[in-house]
Design a protein around this ligand. Sequence first.
Ligand SMILES: [Zn+2]
Length: 475
Amino acid sequence: MNSKLKSAIALALLGVSSLSYAQTDVSLIIKNGQVLTMNSQKEVYDNGVVIINEDAIVAVGDESLLKTYTSKNIIDAENGIVMPGMINTHNHLPMIAFRGLGEEGIENRLFAYFFPLEAKKLNRNVIYQATRLGTLDLAQSGVTTYADMYYHVDEMAKATKEIGLRAVLGETVIKFPVVDAKDPFGGIEYAKPFIEQYKNDPLITPALAPHAVYTVSEAKFKEIDLLSAKYDIPVLVHVSEFGNESERIEGNTDKLSPIEWLDSIGVLNDRMVLAHTIHIDDEDIALVKKSGAGIAYNPMANAKGATGIAPAWDMYKLDIPMGLGTDGPMSSNQVDLWRTLSYAANMQRLKHNDRTIMIPEQVIELATIGGARALHMDDEIGSLEANKKADVIIVETQSANMRPSYDPYATLVYQANPSNVVTTIVNGDLVMQDRVMKNVDTDDIHQAIDKIESDIAAFAKELAKEAIKSPSLMK
Ligand SMILES: [Zn+2]
């Protein structure tokens, strides 16, 4: 070898080695975690590292990544579980102001209790303050994205952005006057400026929320569909939660099922997110599969409300986009997903009399990437992969209830509770670190809720006495 070539090789080697020592500076690194990527191979890194820069994930892998990247902000996960933030695909979060009410065994709970309570006690301030409490509860329990159907969604967006969570906020459209709309179906008009304001927001995805097939007319469903197509935004709707919905659809002379009816009027498509879908058959499931619509499976609320068990396992096997939801805080009394995780599996096992189905890995899939697919947001969130938004949580595994932890998925589904979540990151921002909230004053939130609680309590108690006499409309 001539000396020129030798020195060229030496220079090249020097170049390579100097490159390998030039570390790239990033905004945040998480190390020493058991990283559940929830990518398509469900890769797990036992001594894993997540590299985050600004709002996005740059790389996920083993500790060798620490040779390539450096940061002023390095979080030691202390062998805890590092996973994508959980996604609650169905909620009515401000109803947290009413959590724990109407538990006297009221049969006609929706029409004789929820709706009159909302008519009397809801206003802008209650919705804003309740969303502050609700998002605090979500952030502290590792939910980084929630999808919601409610009123005054602009107040909800404000509170959600203050704490720093991600949300899909659907303005409710319903056939009677409500807190933010005097006219029937006034939610459509209310939604228009909201959609304009938030259509490019990094955290808030505006949406439309026709309440259900028995409270929204065909004409209004079509109007909502056109508006959602114009802005390419989701449509959140309750479908087949109750067994008699088909009879209650106006003008449904052919006795179509709710899903057949939505399909027949041309609005069942891949912008829709269907909550509940309990009373559906194989033909309905085939229509959902063909449409590309997502499913919000709410096993704990459905059990508590005795509405039935959705055919979630059948839909899972068909690879229908499906996530988990809690439904509103009066329906399952939790806004986090921890208890819902075990219900998701256990209700399917009971339904099918089969203890081999819906294993913990599949449940965590529903709570993360499944929810992202159901909301049509899987390009951005739901897994820990390069180029996705940095929505990450750390769950400690040192508390007694978390030991031992042989199988992280089983630990999460059957052992963990909200207080095991130590750190919550959304869009690259630390929302909670070591159980300390970074963006909000929690005392202030609790004081506001104290006032609301004392204003509502007496009325709610009286209302329950009347509501309990009301016959069922929904069976
Ligand atoms: Zn609901």
